[in-house]
Design a protein around this ligand. Structure first.
Ligand code: 0X9
Ligand code: ZN
Length: 431
């Protein structure tokens, strides 16, 4: 190639990038800091600073200053400001990664390499992270393969008009109105391990039916692997660490709403959500002003007279978070929910030594206002509702390598199965 053509090529690339046509955000010179607040006052200050400086991404904010692993992701232009603030407030910190781009690129390459070994729709859950379209294609292929056990239903569309589908798995005995276990995933776009687990659960119930059929004897399972379809797609094509939806807000500078702050029960409190579209926990202008949360609401309400267990899959942190998120009070059947969580945590620790903590989300993690589990219990009559925060992976917690999928999802399935068994044991339908 002559230097002239090379120059031309570079110019075209630059132009495409400028016009947003080459959208992949490469995270060049994005930095990751570990911050160590050392006491509660500093931890609270850090949260406050992160709220004011919406372009820092405080990853998995903890309630307890003692916990390690509190990381901040910042763009190159924000680094100086961050360092200055940390210095002013005497908050200990350490640069963990000077440039995130090689990691993002290596993970992208690993995923593409691994996926190319498996032509769709027979996707190998353990061998890659799949796009929304690939997952839908896979869901659509299941009723044909398992006509006795599976059907797909579309409940609506995302803002960018992606079909939002869910799969019902049943044992084909013709009994209608069985109680329901409803599992959703990827309300937050970047939490890619959550849809992987949803797909693995589907495979366990269908491909491994003989072994798991007691889970389907008196219960139907409904699984929605990707709630935030647009955000999830965007995290594959453009920006790996995107969390929110992709619907524009009133602020032309900021796109997207946190779906897990957009549900219409005790929506809109400043403790646990934000009115500012620049923030990662932006709650929307009104409750349910996002088509994706409307769809989850409609599913919850549609099944509300049969909804025994609602499990929302997120990452990360090894938590089973129970309602309430919006208040420090506890729901009236909190102890029953705790026993379900206890069964899950026990099964996991026995299998792999991995420790899960469980309790009310408000106390264990942080307050949330407008989250889906609060709505499920308060409005949609769910008997048990749990947010499962899967284990961290990769460098920022949300980004396990493909090679880690198997370990995480097989372990998590042990917990999900144990919780389901406990629910089934406790809440037997009258026959
Ligand atoms: O903030 C959230 O929506 C969830 N955590 S995540 O890191 N996946 O974003 C937690 C929601 C659970 N509820 C409470 N913490 N109350
Ligand atoms: Zn989440």
């Amino acid at each position: 190639m002559t230097s002239f053509t090379l120059l031309g090529l570079l110019l075209v690339l630059l132009l495409l990038r400028f016009k947003g046509l080459l959208a992949w955000q490469d995270y060049k010179d994005y930095k990751v800091f570990e911050v160590k607040p050392h006491d509660d006052i500093k931890l609270r200050m850090l949260h406050q600073l992160a709220r004011e400086k919406a372009h820092w991404d405080l990853l998995a904010p903890r309630r307890n200053y003692n916990e390690s692993g509190l990381r901040v992701l910042v763009s190159p232009s924000q680094v100086d400001g961050l360092l200055e603030l940390l210095k002013t407030h005497s908050i200990e910190h350490q640069l963990l990664l000077d440039d995130l781009s090689p990691l993002v690129e290596a993970q992208r390459a690993e995923n593409q390499r691994s996926k190319s070994l498996n032509p769709s729709p027979r996707l190998d859950v353990l061998g890659g992270f799949y796009t929304h379209a690939e997952i839908n294609e896979y869901l659509d292929s299941l009723p044909e393969r398992y006509p006795q056990h599976a059907f797909v239903k579309q409940f609506g569309w995302s803002y960018e008009r992606r079909p939002l589908k869910l799969l019902t798995i049943h044992n084909g005995d013709g009994r209608s109105n069985k109680p329901v276990i409803f599992i959703d995933a990827a309300m937050h776009a970047r939490e890619w391990i959550a849809p992987s687990l949803a797909l693995y659960i589907i495979q366990q119930l269908l491909d491994n039916y003989a072994e798991n059929k007691q889970l389907l004897q008196d219960y139907d399972w409904i699984i929605m692997p990707v709630v935030n379809a647009d955000g999830y797609e965007f995290s594959h094509t453009d920006s790996r660490y995107w969390r929110k939806t992709r619907k524009p807000t009133w602020d032309p500078e900021n796109i997207g709403t946190d779906l897990n702050r957009n549900f219409g029960y005790e929506w809109g409190h400043d403790e646990g959500s934000s009115p500012d579209p620049a923030e990662e926990i932006y709650r929307g202008e009104h409750a349910f002003d996002q088509p994706e949360s409307q769809v989850v609401r409609d599913i919850l309400l549609h099944y509300s007279d049969r909804l025994t267990f609602y499990l929302s899959l997120h990452s990360y942190g090894n938590f089973f978070l129970l309602p309430w998120g919006h208040t420090s009070d506890l729901p009236k059947n909190y102890n029953d929910m705790m026993e379900v969580a206890d069964a899950g945590a026990l099964a996991i620790v026995q299998a792999t030594n991995e420790i899960y903590s469980y309790g009310s989300g408000y106390h264990l993690m942080y307050p949330t206002s407008g989250d889906s589990t609060d709505y499920a219990v308060a409005v949609a009559n769910a008997t048990v509702a749990i947010t499962m925060e899967l284990p961290a992976g990769g460098f920022l917690g949300f980004d396990p390598w493909v090679s880690h999928i198997e370990g995480i999802v097989t372990e998590s399935w042990i917990g999900v199965r144990a919780m389901a068994m406990e629910v089934i044991r406790r809440y037997q339908p009258e026959s």
